[in-house]
Design a protein. Structure first.
Length: 220
């Protein structure tokens, strides 16, 4: 099944890690069918890659890369991680009714992976149990795009749980996930915590209208 790797450029990350990211993609045993990059400035990309030129806006930039894909599966990733050569080998070998594939990574020598039990209880949890990476069927992004919140991935996981989408949890790490002091999610954020608590409370009681806005509209 086809895979689109999706990347968003912000700050000086491409200058620092763009060359490395190209090398990581080229070393894979199974190369992605598409690599889609959102950037505020033109980049010197491999000719078969897709570039979206637009001002950087975290949520919309990620949504645009994934919705541009022609592939069945979309995989949002950071550009500074170190991939294992077999990262994509057999990754989409799942049953036809699977909507999301959770794929673990390594971080600081330890397994960095989603917790299946934590996912079941995510609407009652004050922390995000969905570590690691993920591939989504593109149709999921039409239904549950990233909302305009601090921790867009965490809130997206809540909506995935609420709507009962089926997840496959894979066991082999895709590579080494790198956390940096200037990464999006390295620090706590009081507003992000409030948004997540508000979303948990809403979803425990209601269904919501799909979209990027926050707070979400209650589905009548």
């Amino acid at each position: 099944m086809s895979i689109a790797v999706c990347v968003v450029v912000w700050g000086d990350f491409w200058d620092r890690f763009g060359g490395q990211f190209i090398e990581q993609m080229e070393k894979l045993n199974t190369e992605p069918d598409e690599v889609i990059v959102s950037s505020p400035v033109p980049l010197n990309l491999p000719k078969h890659w897709v570039e979206i030129l637009q001002p950087h806006q975290k949520w919309d930039s990620w949504n645009d890369t994934m919705l541009t894909a022609r592939s069945e599966w979309v995989m949002p990733v950071g550009m500074d991680d170190i991939w294992y050569a077999d990262a994509l080998d057999g990754l989409t070998d799942v049953e036809d009714d699977i909507d999301v594939i959770c794929n673990p990574w390594m971080q600081n020598g330890q397994l960095w992976a989603a917790d299946p039990i934590g996912f079941e209880n995510i609407l009652h949890s004050s922390h995000n149990p969905m570590l690691g990476g993920a591939l989504f069927r593109k149709s999921i992004i039409h239904t549950i795009p990233y909302r305009r919140v601090v921790w867009n991935d965490w809130i997206q996981w809540m909506e995935i749980r609420k709507l009962g989408y089926k997840i496959a949890f894979k066991g082999n790490p895709c590579g080494d996930h790198v956390r940096r002091e200037d990464s999006y999610s390295i620090r706590g954020d009081a507003n992000g915590e409030l948004e997540c608590e508000q979303m948990r409370a809403i979803l425990r009681q209601h269904n919501v209208v799909p979209g990027v806005e926050f707070p979400p509209q209650i589905l009548k």
